[in-house]
Design a binder for this molecule. Structure first.
Ligand code: 45D
Length: 149
C-alpha cells in the first residue's frame, strides 16, 4: 500500500501533488508534534525557508513547483543536499508558514482534481507510520541531487 500510494501520488500533475501535500498536512497537522520534527534538523533548512519568506507569492509557488518537478535550479540543488528527514521537515515548516500567512495560500475555493482527491483518500487510509513513509519518499525524490551526474 505504501509503494502504490507513493507511485500514484508522484504520477499526479505538479499542482495536484502540491494540493495533496497541503491537504495531507491540514489533516495530519495535529498528529505531527513540532518537537518531533527536530529544531536541529530545521536549522539546516532555515536558509532555504528564509529565502522563501522573502519571495513574492508567485516566486514561492514557482520554487515549490520546481522542487516537485525536479527542475534543475539553484534552489532545487540546495534542497537536494538535505537529508530525507530534513526534506520532510522543510515541507512541514513550509506548510506551517502557509498557515501563518507567510507563504502563498491555496486559492480559496480551490477544487482538487479527481485524481488528487483519490490519492488523498488512499493516503488517509494508511496508518500514521505509513503516511510518513510515503511523504518522506515523495519529499526525498523532490529537488535535484547536486552530487549526481
Ligand atoms: O494558484 O524529522 C496550487 C516526524 C494551485 C519526526 C497552489 C517527522 C494553484 C521526525 C498548486 C494548489 C516523523 C514527526 C496555488 C519528521 C495555485 C521528523 C498552491 C514527520 C497557489 C520530519 C499550493 C513529519 C501550495 C511529517 C502553496 C509527517 C501548496 C511532515 C503547498 C509532513 C503545500 C509534512 C505544502 C507535510 C505542503 C507537509 C507546503 C505533509 C506541505 C506538506
Amino acid at each position: 500500500a505504501v509503494a502504490s500510494t507513493t507511485a500514484v501520488l508522484k504520477a499526479l500533475s505538479v499542482d495536484d501533488q502540491l494540493a495533496v501535500l497541503w491537504y495531507a498536512y491540514t489533516e495530519m497537522g495535529r498528529s505531527i508534534t513540532p518537537a518531533a520534527t527536530g529544531a536541529a534538523r530545521l536549522q539546516l533548512a532555515e536558509g532555504l525557508l528564509n529565502q522563501i519568506k522573502q519571495m513574492s507569492h508567485a516566486e514561492q509557488l514557482e520554487v515549490m513547483r520546481d522542487l516537485v518537478a525536479q527542475r534543475n535550479t539553484q534552489f532545487s540543488r540546495a534542497y537536494g543536499l538535505l537529508s530525507n528527514n530534513t526534506k520532510l521537515a522543510f515541507w512541514y515548516e513550509l506548510a506551517e508558514l502557509m498557515a501563518k500567512g507567510f507563504v502563498v495560500p491555496v486559492p480559496p475555493g480551490y477544487q482538487i482534481s479527481r485524481d488528487g482527491a483519490q490519492v488523498l483518500e488512499t493516503l488517509k487510509e494508511l496508518d500514521f507510520g505509513q503516511q510518513i513513509t510515503v511523504l518522506r519518499k515523495v519529499a526525498s525524490d523532490m529537488g535535484v541531487d547536486p552530487l549526481a551526474d
